[in-house]
Design a protein around this ligand. Structure first.
Ligand code: AMP
Length: 507
């Protein structure tokens, strides 16, 4: 059974009355969800005339219908292209053109801006507004049978967030997502019917991807319209055994909320990742949420699955070893090979910093329609992640940075993350980001952008002293630029390219 849709339909048979998806004040049982999936699948092939492998783009704010659309496409043998609803209509249109999308599902709020952009594509895709009369009529079509798929058929075209250039479509097969799901159960937690997966982060990315293993096990997906700390805390009280994904910026916002409490009854697992989680933030999170935190390191090209820092790894005595562990991204996930290599592809000794490469059933088949980028990323069966890191003796990986963010000053490599970790130790520093900028003498010089906590102040001199007492002199920032906010993409990742451009423009 290669088609991912089978695993949901199995639950519709085994646990028909268990809650499957809740959102917009309504809950669907697994039987109801299964039926909607098969009716929609029939409509996609019949009324919409789509054929095997056709791409269907889903661009919507978090709505419960996301899951029925995803599984309906798979049951119908189609390939989904979920994208972030906050993308600019032009960015969505670029993806529609790049992927040759034939049908788009979107919402009331987004359609007015999207439609004129998409109309310029040739051929223009059909557009259906979720919840509209047209959508409801699709649900009245006779149910289809779930078609067979090969394990290598593409299920999800995952467009990278494009922090370092035009987004590329990572081709994720049914096998990739099934492997991702098994590994979730092997490493993170065993899910029982009725357990809750709370979605407060965009479903087009980490939160939606990890909805799959949860649904396959009969778990209940609770979809919040967006990320609002009060709604999250309410859900922790209301639902049993809640697991939730939060990007590090979301964890920080939860910690800053006046409603945060030391105990959250229903919270079982808060898994975080997708961007660096700095040690000082993680320590605060542990004080509040206790040993319920699980860190994952993944990327669209190997969804959710490279390494992980388990709950037990978070527990410790604050010693230097413990802090080093908290600063790591953990160990290779089950069934995943991870190596740290030099430019020539040879393994580096423990402790040495090089590029992280990986091989597993999760690794994408390549980038859609982009053989050059594919050749660069996939070499002899290994995915080159573009991340730079090192292993310790126990096999814990510490990421330094994206290789493109590395700063080379006076011939020495400087890893911004190391400096950021130090700056964040100062109580007045809320967020910071360190980048390199061109310098006539040194090649590059180190610049720190700093956001202070509301009502606090700190000088560049004080931060300079802090750096001098923790890291080598040559690594410390030569300039501190205080700012109200850091530029971030829709998933909360700091856009270092934007900071570098800002510096170039200023110079
Ligand atoms: P994306 O493909 O948009 O999910 O971005 C993946 C990239 O985010 C990775 O290649 C890393 O650079 C970064 N990333 C993901 N997880 C972590 C983590 N736990 N710690 C630090 N960086 C991370």
């Amino acid at each position: 059974m290669s088609n991912l849709a089978h695993y949901l339909l199995n639950r519709a048979r085994s646990h028909p009355v268990s809650p499957a998806v809740t959102g917009n004040g309504r809950t669907l049982s697994f039987a109801e969800l299964g039926e909607r999936v098969l009716r929609l699948a029939g409509a996609l092939r019949g009324k919409l005339g789509l054929a095997d492998g056709d791409r269907v783009l889903i661009c919507m704010e978090n709505q419960p219908e996301f899951f029925e659309l995803l599984f309906a496409c798979w049951a119908a043998g189609l390939c989904t292209v979920p994208v972030n609803s906050k993308l600019h209509p032009r960015e969505v249109s670029h993806i529609v053109g790049d992927a040759g999308v034939r049908a788009v599902f979107t919402t009331d709020r987004l359609v007015a801006d999207l439609a004129p952009e998409l109309a310029q594509q040739s051929p223009a895709p059909s557009i259906t507004v979720v919840g509209s009369a047209a959508y409801l009529s699709l649900l009245n079509e006779p149910p289809a049978r779930c078609v067979e798929r090969a394990p290598t058929d593409i299920a999800w075209l995952f467009y990278t967030s494009g922090t370092t250039g035009r987004p590329k479509g990572a081709m994720l097969s049914h096998r990739n997502l099934l492997a991702m799901s098994w590994i979730y159960s092997a490493d993170i937690e065993h899910v029982e019917p009725g357990d809750t997966k709370l979605h407060a982060a965009p479903l087009s990315h980490a939160s939606g991807l990890y909805g799959l293993p949860h649904l396959f096990a009969g778990g209940h997906q609770v979809v919040l319209p967006g990320f609002e700390p009060d709604l999250v805390f309410e859900a922790f009280e209301h639902y049993p055994r809640v697991t939730m994904f939060a990007a590090p910026t979301m964890v920080i916002r939860l910690l800053q909320s006046p409603s945060v409490r030391a105990a959250h009854r229903g919270l079982r697992t808060l898994y975080y990742g997708g961007a660096p989680m700095y040690v000082s933030d993680l320590q605060r999170a542990l004080e509040v949420f206790g040993p319920r935190l699980w860190q994952l390191y993944g990327q669209g090209e190997s969804p959710m699955t490279l390494t992980g820092l388990a709950k037990r790894d978070h527990v410790g005595d604050g010693s230097a070893d413990h802090l080093a562990r908290l600063g790591s991204v953990g160990v290779a996930r089950t069934g995943v090979e991870i190596r740290v290599v030099g430019d020539d592809g040879h393994d580096l000794p423990t402790g040495e910093i090089g590029e992280v490469v990986t091989r597993s059933d999760c690794v994408m088949a390549g980038y859609w329609n982009n053989p050059d980028a594919t050749r660069n990323a996939l070499r002899s069966g290994w995915l080159w992640t573009g991340d730079v890191g090192s292993f310790d003796e126990q096999g814990y990986l510490t990421l330094r940075d994206r290789s493109k963010d590395l700063i080379i000053s006076g011939g020495s490599n400087i890893y911004p993350r190391e400096i950021e970790e130090v700056l964040l130790r100062h109580p007045a520093v809320l967020e910071c980001s360190v980048v390199g900028t061109l310098h006539a003498e040194w090649g590059e010089e180190v610049v720190a952008f700093v956001v202070t906590r509301p009502g606090t102040k700190v000088s560049g001199e004080t931060l300079d002293e802090l750096c001098l007492s923790h890291i080598a002199r040559f690594k410390r920032p030569k300039r501190y630029l205080f700012t109200d906010a850091l530029p971030k993409n829709n998933y909360g990742k700091v856009l270092k390219t934007a900071l570098r451009e800002q510096l170039r423009a200023g110079a």
